[in-house]
Design a protein around this ligand. Structure first.
Ligand SMILES: Nc1ncnc2c1ncn2[C@@H]1O[C@H](COP(=O)(O)OP(=O)(O)OP(=O)(O)O)[C@@H](O)[C@H]1O
Length: 519
């Protein structure tokens, strides 16, 4: 079903008659139904009578504040979206309003273009305040991931029911901590409030950010994830705000930045703690002004972006050490979601392992997914996982390749990593069996000592990839024969090829069911 603007009813609350009329006329011209009130009590009388799509309220009212109205709405379980208008420069009020559940805020003097855009966005209507470019024209380097299609101009669309979030489905675990994370995701998804996701590396911060986006009314718009630590300092401004042709050597065309690409949607700034101070100031300005100026451009472009950020650093401590601007910290950290390390929610381990193994299997086109034996799971539970879920994923990838993919036993988990955490005294049968695993045969002639690799996992992957490719070449890309020559079953071979991205004849590994016998 589609809704015309007149299906949206708005309540404007302001005690200044001139401003009330200005807001009312602006909204009537957009085609909305508008009613007005001059005080908190007057507004509440209107709200008792009927429901509205949104309430737009001034902060300072004769008999209370906009926050009082917000709290009443919240207490009564009302579903109206609230937009609060605060005095210029009053960051505290804006933050308070967002914390109290406001969808968004506007600062005085209210820019009417922005006013219309924020109201439209609250109603789930086309939020684009300026023409935007398709995100796929973004440079794909520097850790930017475009999650988006060209945004649809949904002028007639009612607020879409948020689709089931894929990211949320991907997030396994029912520990109290994870349930709290999920509840917070649901809650904050409804507003524009900036959220800072904190937690150690690999805990699932990006997954949380994606979930917020996918549960929010912005789900159909782009989600742009940016790894701030991966962008060279001299490129930051151009990458964030875009640039104009000729702005600097090599700027052959106009290019949009992350903000424009995320317009209408969500911009996720990962590793925000790594942004240099100069860029922090520019980011703060873009957030406050809700507009950006591409490098080499004369004028600013309005942008409507919800900001989510993440860090594994203690940003409060960074502020203390003068490495992070306090005002920016204040803006980004309106709501904080902490994702606990895996070792603090070990009860989630079986569920996460199952979910990850399913994904590995699906990617390799092999079904059913392998299962961990009870001993293997117990072994994993004794490890502290400094690299959290990402480390667990890598470990399971390797284990699947070792095991051949039916049952994963202790011996498939890899002695090296796990033994790091083992207390000396532990001598369970699991440990004994690891210790008894045959050592890899030594090469006949030991080469001259080479420098030690700085990343052992990547180094071993490279060696394995080279072996697989040479075996495949020797056996004319017959995976069964190549695998057998290396002592591997076809299943094992397929897992290893899929994990390392080794393709036969340039073709990615196809699902087992779609492919006939090996050639
Ligand atoms: N609860 C979970 N269930 C299943 N998979 C998860 C869970 N949490 C995280 N993962 C997976 O672990 C990997 C790491 O997650 P993610 O990238 O979100 O972590 P991160 O905290 O953002 O990492 P970094 O600090 O390195 O940026 C991803 O592949 C993600 O899908």
């Amino acid at each position: 079903m589609t809704s015309s603007p007149s299906h949206f009813s708005l309540l404007v609350v302001d005690d200044e008659p001139d401003l009330r009329t200005l807001y009312e006329l602006t909204l009537l011209r957009e085609g909305y139904d508008v009613e007005t009130a001059g005080t908190v009590e007057d507004a509440w009388l209107h709200l008792k009578d009927r429901t509205y799509s949104a309430v737009i309220t001034d902060m300072r009212l004769p008999d209370g504040t906009g926050l009082d109205l917000l709290r009443r709405l919240e207490e009564a379980g009302r579903r109206e979206k609230a937009i609060v208008i605060t005095a210029y420069g009053s960051a505290e009020n804006a933050v308070e309003a967002l914390k109290a559940g406001a969808y968004d805020y506007l600062t005085k003097p209210v820019d009417l273009k922005q006013f219309r855009a924020v109201v439209a966005s609250a109603l789930g209507r086309s939020p684009a305040a300026s023409p935007t470019v398709v995100p796929s024209s973004l440079p794909s380097s520097h850790g930017a991931a475009s999650g988006g299609e060209p945004r649809a101009v949904a002028l007639e669309a009612a607020p879409p029911a948020p689709p089931a979030s894929q990211a949320m489905n991907r997030m396994a675990g029912q520990s109290a901590a994870m349930q709290q994370v999920r509840a917070l995701v649901d809650k904050v998804a409804r507003s524009m409030a900036p959220v800072l996701v904190s937690g150690e590396s690999g805990t699932g911060k990006e997954l949380v950010a994606r979930s917020i986006h996918e549960v929010s009314p912005r789900a159909a718009q782009p989600f742009i994830a940016v790894n701030c630590s991966a962008i060279p300092e001299h490129l930051l401004e151009a990458e964030f705000f875009g640039y104009r042709k000729g702005a600097f050597t090599g700027a052959a065309d106009d290019r949009e930045g992350f903000f424009q690409a995320a317009n209408g949607g969500t911009l996720f700034l990962d590793e925000i703690g790594d942004l240099p101070l100069a860029m922090q100031s520019k980011l703060l300005r873009a957030i406050q002004e809700r507009s950006v100026r591409p490098v080499g451009a004369v004028s600013e472009q309005a942008v409507n972006v919800r900001l989510l950020s993440a860090t594994h650093k203690d940003l409060g401590a960074e502020v203390q050490a003068s490495r992070f601007r306090q005002d920016l910290y204040y803006r980004l950290n309106v709501i904080q979601i902490r994702v606990p390390p895996l070792r603090e929610r070990l009860e989630d381990l079986p569920a996460i392992c199952d979910r990850v193994l399913e994904r590995i299997s699906r990617d390799a086109g092999v079904w059913p997914p392998p299962r961990l034996t009870r001993e293997a799971l117990a072994q994993l539970a004794r490890y502290s996982f400094p690299g959290n879920v990402r480390e667990l994923e890598n470990l399971l990838h390797r284990a699947v390749a070792f095991s051949g993919g039916e049952d994963i036993d202790v011996s498939d988990l890899g002695v090296l990593d796990l033994s790091l955490d083992m207390p000396d005294a532990v001598s369970s049968s699991a440990v004994a069996s690891i210790a008894a695993a045959p050592a890899a045969p030594m090469p006949a002639q030991a080469p001259a000592p080479a420098p030690l690799p700085t990343d052992l996992a990547a180094y071993l992957d490279e060696v394995e990839r080279d072996v697989l490719e040479r075996a495949l070449e020797r056996y004319r890309y017959n995976r069964t024969a190549a695998g057998a020559s290396l002592g591997l079953s076809l299943r094992q071979m397929r897992y290893r090829m899929a994990r390392l991205g080794v393709h036969v004849g340039g073709e990615p590994e196809a699902p087992e069911t779609e492919r006939g016998d090996d050639t």
